[in-house]
Design a protein around this ligand. Structure first.
Ligand code: ATP
Length: 273
């Protein structure tokens, strides 16, 4: 934490808000990603995680606030999903070569790093979920990024594939010496390698470093010994609740009329969980 005080962030969001018509997707978002860090965004569906990434990538104009990119910032982005046109078959190698300024040698080396060499002549349309994610990761690192942005990188991948993919992300990060900003629901798998977690539900509900490794024997039994040291459980306490629209409806000291959990009598517990 002390180091962050003298480091320049690769990217910084300052007081960001995003409004779509009547819908507030994000408000008062302040977040910075520093060199050599792993930042994980968690939060409920529709909480604004993808919107936050798009603002950070300058793919979405915020309604308010500032996005600051460091001069040397090079981003590699793996989106939540990509649309592949089934009428135009394209091989993995061709797909990777679409990245500007990339030669065959780089493609082969990156494919080896991401264990997709054997897929280079396969059709993109026929890849499994896990293979597709590895190919997208390979494409993202072809630009030698110093920030890798991943939006739910294990979507559509089974549990073993998820573990492999996170290991691959971990190795890739070490190899490239880059930072990672990712949206993930797989907290139990990513926590040990995460520097900071942001829980986003329109605003930042809570943020902090993950707690130390969980020694839950069930986890160790399920994932095996080698993963037990990579697993930690992030626990956090909210000091407020959200209503069905995602708006803050009550805190320990105040409760809106729409709040289902509001204190009815003096003896009721305030909804501060
Ligand atoms: N282009 C858009 N126009 C209108 N509303 C949008 C747009 N993009 C997102 N939204 C709305 O903004 C809110 C946040 O969406 P976002 O996709 O960022 O959430 P998320 O946390 O990534 O969700 P999920 O976990 O389901 O992927 C949602 O209510 C969504 O419907």
């Amino acid at each position: 934490m002390q180091i962050n005080a003298i480091q320049i962030p690769l990217v910084e969001l300052k007081d960001i808000s995003v409004v779509f018509g009547q819908k507030t997707a994000l408000q008062n978002i302040n977040l910075a990603v520093y060199p050599n860090s792993v930042v994980t965004i968690v939060g409920p569906n529709g909480g604004g995680k993808s919107t936050l990434l798009k603002v950070l990538l300058r793919l979405q104009q915020p309604s308010g606030g500032k996005v600051i990119h460091a001069k040397n910032l090079r981003i590699g982005y793996v989106p939540q999903k990509i649309q592949i046109d089934h009428n135009f078959p394209i091989t993995v190698k061709k797909f990777l070569s679409l990245k500007q300024g990339v030669g065959s040698q780089e493609i082969y080396e990156t494919a080896r790093l991401l264990s997709v060499s054997h897929l280079l002549n396969n059709s993109m349309q026929k890849l499994s979920g896990g293979e597709m994610q590895r190919v997208l990761l390979a494409r993202a690192i072809l630009s030698k990024p110093n920030l890798l942005v991943l939006d739910e990188p294990t979507q559509g991948v089974d549990i073993n594939g998820q573990i492999e993919l996170y290991q691959l992300i971990h190795q890739t990060r070490k190899k490239l010496n880059c930072s990672v900003l990712m949206v993930s629901h797989d907290l139990h798998l990513v926590m040990a390698d995460t520097s900071e977690v942001f829980c986003v539900n329109q605003h930042i509900c809570c943020a902090g470093s993950p707690e130390t490794l969980s020694n839950d024997p069930k986890f160790i039994h399920f994932f095996g010994d080698q993963f037990s040291k990579n697993i930690a459980v992030y626990t956090h306490r909210h000091n407020h609740k959200h209503d069905m629209h995602g708006d803050v409806c009550c805190t320990a000291n105040s409760h809106s009329t729409s709040c289902l959990h509001r204190v009815r009598t003096k003896e009721d517990e305030p909804c501060s969980k």
